[in-house]
Design a protein around this ligand. Structure first.
Ligand code: C2O
Ligand code: CU
Ligand code: CU
Length: 502
């Protein structure tokens, strides 16, 4: 990977010490494409699911916990019997889980040790760590242009005043989010609270986060990351191996009882539609920003990149010895050249023991998100389009010098996302806020979308309207973008600035 003109410009940007400067719009020759790589074959369900360890604070002062994370390379067995180099938080993929209590602030110092020597890339890797879904001050949000040079570090202040939810943290470096996340810079960020603990939901070892990603591997087991002549792939990176928490198609031994799974689609571009091979329904209890007002039963669950859902699966109905596969039926679609059979099975649950289950799923889970669309003072329309060599929002590519919206603190707005890019789909993510999905092509939102959301799937030719309230005490510049992170790297991103209330 050579240093591109855009990289050189970015380093110039850093020299200027400024965040809000324009970046160059990549102009590229006709695509040469990437060599077509197929991952070596391996046996599915030969490795158990791993759960990323929870990170411990390095110190506690008053009511605040301090964490240290070093972004560095590590060697890890991903495909059975082969070793890959990853770029990980603390050198592991997925990164360690940040598990915090609502109302308790933390400080996370992120050190960038992805130097030229470690990565073999000229200049090393510039990074910025973003807490996806967190209500957070702008300078701790991991703005794509607030880059940390190799050898540098940045202190992030996270207030955690949101209710219990499943967030994640991942890299967000301008032009290189796709590569950096693909190489391993992603981890869970879980918020718990007293209200959720009053509910009889499954907890402890029966509450399991599942990060779903697809990747491709070279014959030696190393990660294959395709580029378009050194620039980010325009359409997205679709791998032919499905990984859960970094293990390809793992199995999990389960007891005959309820489990909570916190699903996170951390893929570059892939959409999933998850179902159980038994055909049985399961229960969705939480969306991106926390518990839904009421649980909903679904036979399958569509997930776009960046989205999180908590689901409850009750294995009590299966006999010991039964295996149930978590399947993906969203395969073989537009732009996907991967053999659908390779990405149609995600993981397997093996029912191994009886259990006494005191958990249940109450009808009332949490109050609805405090957003009243009738209070909206402004409606903004955002069109997502494809241009020949890039992706644009309202006709514009990302430009760090341009702000496209200036919502007032405390106000409520309706944002209308309009997909004008033919068959392409886009997960639309807004930083800082959680929103309510109002409608999809005029019809009510899908049953599983009726909770707090920060990322919404925008299907082909769809218009989705969401309502958000800028209730955060923080003002400043934030981004919103397509969470197909290759589209994001190819300019489908813009900025809004939350202004002090008049
Ligand atoms: Cu998950 Cu702007 O990111
Ligand atoms: Cu985000
Ligand atoms: Cu997109």
């Amino acid at each position: 990977m050579a240093v591109s003109r855009r990289d050189v410009l970015k380093i110039g940007l850093l020299g200027a010490g400024a965040v809000a400067l324009p970046i160059e719009v990549g102009i590229r020759a006709a695509s040469a494409g990437s060599p077509h790589v197929h991952s070596p074959s391996f046996d599915a369900y030969s490795r158990p699911l791993r759960v990323p360890p929870v990170l411990s604070p390095v110190r506690t002062v008053d009511n605040m916990d301090f964490y240290d994370i070093v972004q560095k390379t590590g060697r890890q067995e991903i495909l059975p019997g082969r070793t890959a180099t990853v770029w990980g938080y603390n050198g592991v993929y997925p990164g360690p889980t940040l598990a915090v209590e609502s109302g308790r602030a933390i400080v996370v110092t992120q050190h960038n040790a992805l130097t030229q020597v470690a990565t073999g890339l000229p200049g090393g890797v510039l990074t910025t760590a973003h807490p996806h879904g967190l209500d957070v001050e702008a300078r701790s949000d991991g703005h794509p242009l607030s880059l940390v040079l190799p050898g540098g570090f940045l202190e992030h202040h996270y207030p955690n005043w949101q209710p219990a939810t499943t967030l994640w943290y991942h890299d967000h470096a301008v032009d290189h989010t796709s590569r950096n996340v693909y190489m391993g810079l992603a981890g869970f960020y879980l918020i718990s609270d007293a209200h959720e603990r009053t509910l009889p939901l499954p907890r402890g070892r029966f509450d399991i986060p599942l990060l779903i990603q697809d990747k491709t591997f070279n014959a030696d087991g190393s990660l294959f990351f395709p580029t378009d002549n050194g620039l980010p792939m325009r359409q997205g990176v679709l791998g032919d191996v499905l990984l859960i928490n970094g293990t390809p198609q793992p199995f999990l031994k389960v007891e005959r009882r309820r489990y909570r799974f916190r699903l996170l689609n951390g893929s570059d571009a892939r959409f999933y539609n998850l179902r159980l091979s038994s055909g049985d329904a399961f229960t969705v209890i939480a969306t991106d920003g926390g518990l839904m007002p009421h649980p909903v039963q679904v036979a399958s669950l569509p997930m776009a990149a960046g989205e999180r859902y908590s689901i409850i699966i009750d294995f009590a109905k299966y006999r010991v010895g039964t295996s149930i596969v978590l399947q993906n039926t969203d395969t073989g679609l537009f732009g996907d050249e991967v053999d659908p059979r390779k990405v149609s099975e995600v993981m397997r649950f093996d029912v191994v023991a009886d259990a006494i289950d005191a958990s249940s799923v109450p009808f009332d889970l949490a109050p609805p998100l405090d957003v009243d669309p009738r209070a909206a003072s402004v409606t903004r329309r955002w069109e997502f389009e494809r241009e020949s060599d890039r992706w644009v929002i309202n006709g514009n590519p990302f430009d760090g010098a341009r702000i496209d919206a200036r919502p007032r603190q405390g106000s409520t707005e309706i944002w209308e996302f309009v997909n004008k890019s033919g068959g392409w789909r886009h997960p639309i993510h807004v930083h800082l806020v959680q929103y309510l999905v109002l409608d999809r092509n005029g019809a009510p939102p899908r049953s599983h979308e009726r909770g707090p959301k920060d990322t919404v799937s925008l299907g082909a030719n769809e218009t989705v309207r969401v309502a958000m309230k800028f209730s955060s005490p923080f003002t400043g510049i934030y981004v919103f973008h397509c969470h197909n992170v290759s589209h994001e790297d190819n300019m489908m991103m813009t900025q809004f600035e939350v202004m002090q209330s008049a």
